[in-house]
Design a protein around this ligand. Structure first.
Ligand SMILES: NC(=O)c1ccc[n+]([C@@H]2O[C@H](COP(=O)([O-])OP(=O)(O)OC[C@H]3O[C@@H](n4cnc5c(N)ncnc54)[C@H](O)[C@@H]3O)[C@@H](O)[C@H]2O)c1
Length: 389
């Protein structure tokens, strides 16, 4: 069968723009997908910046207005790597124009927006995906396999934390990630969004949550992101931080499991500490992004005397995605999580079947995020069904 060329138009060219560009280049190198990414056009508002990015990241052309990008008839897939407040407008316009869509997380600023986005892609019949790349770590996929095979039995607990420290300095500038009108929420939408997506993937659907949110540093010098998680101050003026620096919540799941979640960008010494432990009737697993290829697994069915957590290096051919790369234990890293996700996206578009996680997951995740915010505001348990409307 001949391969389908999938012509991409990508919006945003800093942190995620770089990660996505790299992944499009590497997908055909490692995977034999039915769809082949063509890096057709990149979009940003600053002409000099976007032109330089097109050259460095390997895009054939550039646009300075995302509307023009969507109008182009030589684009099949719109990739949204702009800040959160831009996701809905771009995705809805892209769906109306019949483009497939990859959107960064969190999907939207609110459940209402997420619902409109989901309705738009369903109505248009386009392929859609949300970029929860941590699902595509081989160790996470292997954890899912163990759970699906019943190796953990019925699940009792998940305790997940996502700990970073890049804004712990009070002089770190007020960037878009700290402004509610641009990002919707702080550590919650930025970090807990990933943890709760993994919880939905591995444990099941949330039933209700009870949360608190805290802002430690209320004012910061105005500035902007400069790529990765670095930023620069612009002038000396102070602005108000109106999102959470830390969010903590308890959860009950539909299947009876319970969860404890913590997300913060104030946990000194933790650079990208995305971690969880899951305990079931027959066993437990633990994972830490900073050691992303290792899954710790405890089986209550092991012989007494040699029971305990074993460390599995999930880099054998048998581990999902790992076989596409190197010989066993010649390990992969952060960027490969995007390559794995994009391989699913390319195959999904070529075959006309929607991969997961998609906008439906984005919408379900958004309900959990909004339930945590509502709980923090009202001081009570909030059921996910309250958000369904
Ligand atoms: N999957 C992940 O692990 C992960 C990691 C980081 C960020 N993200 C998400 O990716 C998105 C982007 O984050 P980032 O870290 O790349 O931010 P960033 O600040 O590094 O880059 C944002 C880019 O969007 C551009 N942009 C902003 N508004 C635009 C507009 N109206 N039109 C065109 N371009 C516009 C900016 O110029 C910049 O190039 C956010 O939704 C964020 O939550 C996801």
């Amino acid at each position: 069968m001949s391969k389908k060329q999938i012509r991409i138009g990508m919006i945003g060219y800093k942190f995620m723009g770089k990660a996505h560009s790299h992944a499009y280049r590497d997908v055909p190198f490692f995977f034999d997908c039915d769809g082949v990414p063509v890096m057709q056009a990149i979009c940003g508002r600053d002409e000099e910046g976007v032109k330089a990015a097109a050259q460095k990241l390997g895009w054939a052309s550039y646009e300075t207005d995302w509307r023009k990008l969507i109008e182009r008839d030589d684009i099949d897939l719109i990739d949204i790597g702009a800040p959160n407040n831009a996701h809905a407008e771009i995705a809805i316009a892209a769906a109306k124009a019949g483009k497939h869509i990859l959107c960064e997380k969190p999907l939207a600023m609110s459940v209402e927006e997420a619902k409109e986005m989901l309705e738009a892609v369903n109505k248009a019949g386009v392929i859609h995906m949300i970029c929860h790349n941590y699902r595509f770590v081989p160790a996470i996929q292997y954890a899912k396999k163990l759970i699906d095979e019943g190796k953990l039995g019925s699940i009792y607990h998940i305790r997940a934390n996502y700990l970073q420290d890049w804004i712990i300095d009070p002089n770190f500038p007020l960037v878009w990630r700290l402004k509610k009108e641009v990002c919707g929420s702080g550590a919650l939408g930025d970090l807990a969004a990933h943890s709760l997506d993994l919880a939905r993937f591995l444990v099941g659907e949330f039933k209700e949550v009870n949360g608190m949110m805290e802002t430690f540093i209320k004012e910061r010098p105005i500035g902007e992101m400069s790529g990765g998680l670095s930023a620069s101050v612009k002038g000396g003026e102070l602005g108000k931080v109106d999102v959470d620096d830390a969010s903590i919540f308890m959860a009950r799941f539909e299947n009876g499991a319970v969860g404890v979640f913590e997300a913060t960008r104030f946990a000194g010494g933790n650079r990208n500490g995305n971690r969880f432990e899951i305990n079931g009737t027959k066993g437990s697993i633990r994972w830490d992004m900073e050691q992303m290829n290792t899954l710790e697994y405890y089986s209550a069915e092991d012989e007494i005397g040699s029971q305990g957590f074993r460390s599995i290096n999930c880099q054998e051919d048998i581990h999902p995605y790992a076989g596409a790369y190197w010989p066993p234990a010649h390990i992969i890293g952060y960027e490969h999580t995007f390559i794995n996700l994009f391989a699913e996206l390319m195959n999904g578009i070529a075959s006309g079947t929607n991969p997961t996680p998609n906008f439906e997951d984005g919408h379900n995740n958004q309900m959990v995020l909004e339930a945590v915010e509502k709980s923090a505001r009202t001081g009570r348990w909030v059921s996910i069904s309250e958000l369904r409307g």
